[in-house]
Design a protein around this ligand. Structure first.
Ligand SMILES: CC(C)(COP(=O)(O)OP(=O)(O)OC[C@H]1O[C@@H](n2cnc3c(N)ncnc32)[C@H](O)[C@@H]1OP(=O)(O)O)[C@@H](O)C(=O)NCCC(=O)NCCS
Length: 162
């Protein structure tokens, strides 16, 4: 059974995260929109949280979330194929959402390639709702789908009239 561990990324993880982004998320698109320098900048930034998953000391997944005042944006989330369906994507997202919640954020948004049906199923399962399609979002060619989730915990109201 896979026993992943999770931690905040450090500068030393930048290259490997960028490579995962290129081959797991940006696969088939021209260019490299998250090269190591951009990942390193995200790791340094106070308004961004970068989390990694490791198995036996090797990176197997990561997530990058940018925090605004009331909204956070999930920029990237990926797990290496050999470790899919082990709960790692969900655990990475849980970490990022807990951080967002603690920062007073209420909504998480993301965009993904509209034809990425596996990831769409994953995001729906964890509570995201599908929103608008954005034609040409990726390199002016591919359509994106925007998704969002209200991360506030809904505490049942107490009818405490006495
Ligand atoms: C999307 C992604 C991050 C999910 O990571 P993961 O670690 O495999 O996800 P989990 O194991 O936490 O999945 C939780 C649940 O989501 C659903 N799910 C996950 N991947 C799914 C898929 N490809 N198809 C259908 N449902 C899926 C399942 O219900 C799963 O629970 P189960 O395995 O018990 O049935 C992973 O598939 C990935 O890295 N894809 C490539 C990169 C990518 O597309 N990223 C998203 C855009 S940035």
């Amino acid at each position: 059974m896979v026993k992943p561990t999770f931690r905040l990324a450090t500068a030393a993880d930048s290259y490997e995260i960028a490579v995962m982004s290129r081959y797991l998320v940006e696969v088939g698109l021209r260019g490299w929109s998250w090269p190591p320098e951009r990942v390193a900048k995200a790791i340094r930034a106070r308004s961004t949280c970068v989390v990694v998953a490791e198995v036996h000391g090797h990176l197997v997944g990561f997530g990058i979330m940018e925090f605004g005042d009331v909204q956070a944006h999930l920029s990237l989330l990926a797990v290496k194929p050999a470790f899919h369906r082990c709960g790692i994507g969900r655990a990475l997202l849980d970490w990022l959402e807990e951080s967002a919640l603690a920062a007073g954020i209420t909504t998480v948004t993301l965009e993904l390639r509209a034809n990425n049906y596996g990831a769409r199923s994953f995001y729906r399962l964890v509570g995201f709702e599908e929103g608008a399609y954005i034609p040409g979002y990726y390199r002016g060619i591919e359509t994106a789908l925007r998704m969002s989730r209200d991360i506030r915990r809904h505490v049942p109201e107490v009818s405490g009239k006495q």
